[in-house]
Design a protein around this ligand. Sequence first.
Ligand SMILES: [Zn+2]
Length: 366
Amino acid sequence: MFLCSFAANRRPATRSACPCGRSAAVISLSRIAQSRYNAQPIVSERSASSDALESLAIGVDIGGTGIKGAIVNSRGDLLETLHQPSPRTTSALRDFVHSLVKRAEAPVRGIGVGCKGIIDAGSTRVKSSPGDLNFLEGQLLSEAIGAGDLPVCAENDARVALIGEVLWGAARGRRNVVMLTLGTGVGGAVLVDGVILHGVNGAAGHLGHTTIDPRGGLCICGNYGCLETHFSSRAIESDYWAHIHRAAPTKLSITSTGELPSSEAIFRVAAAGDECARYVVDRALEYLGAALVSFLHTFDPEIFILGGNIVAAGPQLIVPIQDRVARRTKTLLGREVPIVFQQIVGLGGVAGAAGLVFLKQNLLAI
Ligand SMILES: [Zn+2]
């Protein structure tokens, strides 16, 4: 909720980000953008405030398989990064964050945390986070981290990824933005008139749990036929596996250790002519395109961002989606809404989590 109160200094910030793993070097957002899927150059801009230039914050992104963190300045430069397997205990989380705080060579203004699940941004309480992070449920992240006098703020992981893109990435300067994070599951976040949608219980924007097939299968959320059950890495992998199980002709097979072909491999062989993979990918894209049309009609955003691991599919993913969605939305919206990839690939959640601190302290604004 506090995002809407950052009205005043609307400073265009920019640049910097990084790869996964640990690094002592400053990593530039423009390098990431040009080496990945959004090849447009990013123009660096200086903040008017010397205070803002010197400000540092810790950004932490707690995911189901890994935890990432970085020391970030208010221009979005990631000065030092750290990446480890996800903590399974509160003390492991605390140790991770404290190790980052110790590395800062100047005082930090606070700690921002992105976490999957439903997070009460006001209190930092994890209201719900099913799966491997359920040890955090009911806890205040500010207390779990135990950072003394350092302020801690927290948000859902997709929302911090969106904030990172608005401050320093594909949606710089935009105030109406929708983002989907396409990975093992499908996360979503919505920015309307500069305000992140939270809803009464903090669950607004869970776009991956929009029903796109009333007769579809049961989803982790308890609903049936969600977008996540049709377009996520698990959905694509299980659909391809079903073809293998039925002895359909496929180029990929289950490994000797029982591992299914990955969604990345399925996209790759689809492009190389595997008929089964192409069928699976085309069908998944059809569902994703239908969902995007609905989201555009619902939110009328300036720009739509696709993020998460699946964006590695590159043009194979975005070109058919753009054409399909544009044809179906031009009449109602009166224009073609850009659908772009996340620019801060890999550490967007970390950057955005640090951005929360700068927003809350009015060093930056949306
Ligand atoms: Zn669902």
